[in-house]
Design a protein around this ligand. Structure first.
Ligand code: PDD
Length: 290
């Protein structure tokens, strides 16, 4: 594959970053994952806006939205990709050993795009098994989960534990015992026909898919409750699903020992999310033609 590195396309075999890059040395940097459908990057503006927010929360100066958008499109084109997984990484850059961000003159920008490999259909039909992790989500005043940071060990430890327990994903609690999110996704559940999801204040990344699903639920006439929830709330739910850019809306069949059916609200939201993607792609295409 061809990779966008700093200011140009290079072959994957030559796309190298310095061992002095602070992203490598300290996990000092941020990223975004995007998905392209038929050559259109879904909600690119929201992803770039969140990248800018993550950058500002770690005091990192970015090359700007327009530049990064150009890099993303160039990477797709160079690799002749239409349905793609896109990863934009922006690290603090190369600098001498030391934590001071000022040691690095220029951030390192990397854009990787790969063909999108759809999740197995069986996962959407049957749902996935999750566990409540013993690993606590980063406190908002430690590394705020709103920063989509390269410093991913918090999530990696939870994921490793989930794997040990035979689960697909982990749900992390905050230090007060409230449900936050998965290692790479947001969590939704249905209690008495109300769609519930942890609020940003619980300490989560405010997912772009989450936001779309909340809006679509409103359009469907569902009541949505964002708040603080305990594992007990989620164990009492009738349906559970998770959301993220790559999986979209994914049903959950089990959390620890509690089993759930793949319910109709999850099914409806999954369908309207798909419609939303198609609408977006069509609108962007007709704009291109005009
Ligand atoms: N993960 N929470 C966490 C911790 C995440 O890493 C992600 C995204 C989400 C969902 O955000 P969105 O709907 O904007 O994708 C929530 C991406 C997919 C990743 O890490 O690759």
């Amino acid at each position: 594959m061809q990779i966008f590195l700093d200011d140009r396309m290079v072959d994957e075999s030559e796309a190298m970053v310095s061992v002095y890059d602070h992203g490598f040395l300290y996990g000092d940097g941020i990223y975004e994952t995007m998905r392209a459908y038929d050559g259109v990057v879904f909600r690119i503006d929201e992803h770039l806006e969140r990248l800018e927010r993550s950058a500002s929360l770690i005091r990192l100066k970015t090359p700007g939205r327009k530049y990064i958008a150009g890099a993303v499109l160039q990477t797709l084109q160079c690799n002749h990709l239409r349905d793609a997984y896109i990863r934009v990484t922006l690290s603090r850059g190369k600098g001498p050993i030391g934590l001071d961000p000022a040691l690095c003159r220029r951030p390192t920008l990397v854009v990787i795009a790969e063909p999108f490999h759809p999740y197995p259909g069986k996962l959407y039909e049957d749902g996935v098994f999750m566990v409540i992790s013993s690993v606590i989500r980063n406190h908002v005043r430690a590394i705020n989960p709103m920063i989509k940071s390269l410093n991913f060990l918090n999530n990696i430890l939870a994921k490793a534990e989930a794997k040990d327990r035979g689960a697909y994903e982990a749900i992390m609690l905050n230090a007060d015992g409230h449900v936050t999110e998965g290692t790479v996704c947001n969590i939704f559940f249905v209690i008495d026909d109300i769609l519930c999801t942890p609020s940003v204040g619980a300490g989560i990344l405010d997912g772009i898919t989450r936001d779309i699903v909340i809006n679509l639920a409103g359009v469907l006439g569902l009541t949505v409750r964002e708040g603080l929830f305990s594992p007990r709330d989620i164990f009492g739910a009738s349906e559970v699903f998770f959301t993220n850019t790559t999986a979209e809306v994914m049903p959950v069949s089990q959390i620890d020992d509690t089993v759930y059916h793949v319910g109709s609200i999850t099914g409806r939201l999954r369908a309207v999310y798909r419609d939303e993607v198609e609408k977006y792609v069509r609108a962007k295409r007709s704009n291109d033609v005009l």
